[in-house]
Design a protein around this ligand. Structure first.
Ligand SMILES: NC(=O)c1ccc[n+]([C@@H]2O[C@H](COP(=O)([O-])OP(=O)(O)OC[C@H]3O[C@@H](n4cnc5c(N)ncnc54)[C@H](O)[C@@H]3O)[C@@H](O)[C@H]2O)c1
Length: 378
């Protein structure tokens, strides 16, 4: 019987957990034993008793859980001490941030552990249920609007009162992928007037279907901008200049700007300049979701509120961690679906490394970093 372990995430600010009582129960149903470090669910408000009721075993320390693990399920990459406690031949699955956290992968390789990065799960139909980037980005998009509303000293909806009317806030979402579309929907629900931009032509229809207005230079380059895999392509300097002019004129009239632009494996494109920030009204708010990938906004810093000319630029590095119970619930379901590919019918460890999904997500195996895109980066 394979042992799946989950421990408390020790990264500062990481409140999520990789297994919930719901998935612990599912693992038990698959004939898998689950060990949980005592208190591991605190950040997501899950008491040990709920894990026990789901059939999991609580152990007092992380070391005890790690030393028994055939599969360690994590939110973030394990630290050096955690890796040193794992059995050689164990499997680690998590959001390993492989492009930015190479030393963690090297430590796993040196320990003889195999590791799968959830970021590399391919966006194919069969893997939709495992798409952790999307489940987390969805919640991040929602939470970004809640944070913006918190920092904005005014209301988002239009309000008619006996003392006069309050105009609705103008919200501009830059990057209409998973996080951006959820941000648009949330801002609309709160009553804001919402506009959005993206470099993918397909985004226009999605933005409009949510009741927001699409803002973009729609030239020939724009019309050809989407790759076969559905991702954005890097745009030419000329396109970026035209788009920046259009956006500059738009941004200065906005109350809240939420940026989510990303091209996988590359630093985030800078979309909002210092001059554009300076053009906004005091009291306006910018939330930069791409802050961990270098930021879409000039001067944004992880987990800081930078005030420039009265405009608050916020960069929360871990928005899903600020909605930990729901983020954990979805992430744990993504991981359970993925972990099923590692198991035999009898609940033994039996990964088929030729499986398309496992193959795409495998980053460390046989003592080396194996993923092709990470070889190029080396
Ligand atoms: N801060 C957090 O807590 C948190 C949480 C989840 C995701 N994120 C980040 O949010 C960002 C978006 O994630 P996602 O899952 O929605 O990604 P996604 O790939 O679904 O969406 C990104 C969108 O940006 C668009 N884009 C790329 N370049 C652009 C440009 N120059 N101008 C306008 N749009 C552009 C793409 O076309 C795409 O639609 C990523 O940087 C991700 O790492 C942050």
């Amino acid at each position: 019987m394979a042992v799946v372990a989950v421990i408390k995430e020790r990264r500062p600010g990481e409140t999520r957990i990789a297994v919930t009582p719901d998935t612990a129960k599912r693992f038990a149903g698959r004939g898998v034993s689950v060990v949980v470090e005592a208190g591991a669910g605190e950040g997501a408000s899950i008491p040990d008793a709920e894990f026990e009721a789901a059939g999991a075993r609580i152990v007092p320390t992380a070391q005890e859980a790690l030393s028994q693990a055939d599969v360690l399920l994590k939110v973030r990459a394990p630290d050096a001490e955690e890796v040193s406690t794992l059995k050689s031949g164990a499997i680690v699955v998590g959001l390993l941030n492989p492009y930015q956290e190479r030393p963690a992968l090297e430590a796993l390789a040196a320990r003889g552990v195999s590791a799968f990065a959830m970021e590399f799960v391919p966006r194919i139909t069969r893997a939709q249920v495992m798409d952790a980037l999307s489940s987390q980005a969805n919640l991040a998009g929602y939470r970004a609007v809640i944070e913006a509303a918190e920092f904005y000293g005014r209301a988002l909806p239009m309000m008619m009162t006996a003392a006069g009317a309050i105009a609705p806030a103008k919200v501009f979402v830059m990057g209409a992928g998973v996080a951006g579309l959820q941000a648009i929907a949330t801002a609309r629900r709160l009553g804001a007037v919402v506009t959005a931009t993206d470099v993918r032509p397909a985004a226009k229809e999605q933005v409009e279907s949510l009741g927001a207005k699409f803002i973009a230079v729609e030239d020939e380059e724009f019309k050809a901008a989407e790759t076969a895999a559905g991702y954005a392509k890097p745009m030419s300097a000329e396109y970026q200049a035209k788009q920046a002019t259009l956006v500059s004129d738009h941004i200065r009239k906005q109350d809240i700007v939420i940026t989510t632009a990303l091209i996988p494996g590359r630093p985030a494109p800078q979309l909002v300049s210092e001059a554009q920030i300076a053009s906004m009204k005091p009291g306006s708010v910018i939330v930069d979701l791409a802050v961990e990938q270098g930021g879409n906004v000039a001067g944004s810093r992880p987990d800081e509120v930078v005030v420039a000319g009265g405009v608050k630029v916020t960069g929360f590095a871990n928005l899903p961690g600020r909605i930990a119970a729901d983020a954990s619930a979805l992430y744990a379901r993504n991981l359970f679906a993925f972990a099923e590919l590692l198991l035999s019918k009898e609940g033994e460890l039996a990964p088929d490394l030729e499986d398309e999904i496992l193959k795409a997500a495998l980053v460390v195996h046989g003592g080396a970093i194996t993923h092709p895109s990470l070889q190029q980066a080396a």
